[in-house]
Design a protein around this ligand. Structure first.
Ligand code: AKB
Length: 318
């Protein structure tokens, strides 16, 4: 059966790359990109696009009716740092957007739904090292507890309505094609842009703040592997822990210096994102993803830094 895939929130950092990859696999016409904003160039010119506001259920209903998707990826979200500035909007969008899509997926018999969760579901009392799949979870950001509540809803829709919903707790995702927006891990992208533009960077996180991260290609491969796995292999219907690489701003700066010896880094005091980072894990135990769908990351910190610098050098207007 040929798939019809609807991607909601297609203009974002992950959406942009997922649309391109899925169009490559299934054919451009089979992948409908949608977003509340005007489409990015790469999306507009490579296949169908629809405007969609996840908070407008009638608008979404129309989209589901028109395209009868077999798979839906819901990527529209407000991330951790922006969520602290707009807490009610973050809750509304992250929660009601998900509930609208879950309801419509049941109504229209969508075969599979993907929804991203995050390492932000963990909190100050979760174990920091090798954070397990199941442990104390006391997130203290609106983004974090909206994702944790969303995970509960996903598991509930699977148990109650048999909806085949799948999810990953993404670490910080590093990429060069589309800009990230409003995250706590975004320093690890800004550093490359600023290194190339100005030769220096002020990190909003302190030198020793270790966080779980992943290069975009690994994140896209993980997402598609999870979506392609046989349903009987999927033992987690809340969201899978997923690990790539853990590093600090200082360690990443050292990697930049290996390519650009004159690069310098400084560290801001009192940025509100520091408290968010301090409440999150430093490394993740993803043994269940390894067991259930053979997950293995490919990018280490060297490959990540090489790829970021090489590609940004060719695309940034300096
Ligand atoms: C953020 O920093 O908010 C995101 C995330 C880890 O979910 N990148």
């Amino acid at each position: 059966m040929s798939e019809k895939i609807l991607i909601i929130g297609a203009n974002g950092q992950i959406g942009t790359e997922l649309v391109t990859t899925l169009r490559g696999i299934h054919g451009a016409e089979q992948v409908i990109a949608s977003d509340i904003n005007n489409p990015a160039y790469a999306i507009r010119h490579s296949g169908p696009f629809e405007f969609a506001n996840v908070l407008d259920k009638d608008n979404l209903h129309h989209l589901f009716q028109k395209h009868q998707p077999t798979q839906v990826y819901l990527l529209a979200a407000i991330l951790s740092a922006t969520g602290e500035q707009k807490p009610k909007l973050a809750w509304d969008l992250n929660m009601n957007g998900l509930l609208h899509v879950l309801d419509l997926a049941v109504e229209f018999n969508v075969a599979k739904v993907f929804w991203p969760s995050s390492i932000a579901v963990f909190g100050p009392n979760s174990p920091k090292q090798n954070t397990p799949q199941y442990c104390v979870m006391d997130p203290n950001t609106v983004y974090g507890f909206s994702k944790l509540a969303g995970e509960r809803w996903c598991e509930y829709y699977h148990a109650k309505y048999g909806l085949d919903v799948r999810s990953i707790r993404y670490p910080g995702i590093i990429s060069w094609k589309a800009a990230p927006g409003g995250g706590t891990t975004d320093y690890a992208i800004h550093i490359f842009h600023e290194a190339l533009k100005t030769g220096t960077y002020e990190s909003f996180l302190s030198a020793n703040t270790m966080l779980p991260m992943m290069y975009m290609d690994d994140a896209i491969r993980a997402t598609i592997s999870l979506m392609d796995a046989p349903a009987e292999n999927i033992s987690i219907r809340s969201s899978y822990n997923l690990a790539g690489i853990s590093f600090t701003p200082e360690q990443l700066a050292e990697k930049v210096k290996e390519h650009m010896p004159e690069f310098t880094i400084t560290y801001a005091d009192n940025d509100p994102r520091q408290a968010i980072a301090d409440s999150w894990p430093q490394s993740i135990d993803d043994s269940t993803a390894q067991r259930d769908w053979n997950w293995q990351p490919e990018y280490d910190i060297n490959a990540l830094a090489d790829t970021m610098l090489k590609n940004l050098k060719n695309t940034l207007v300096l």
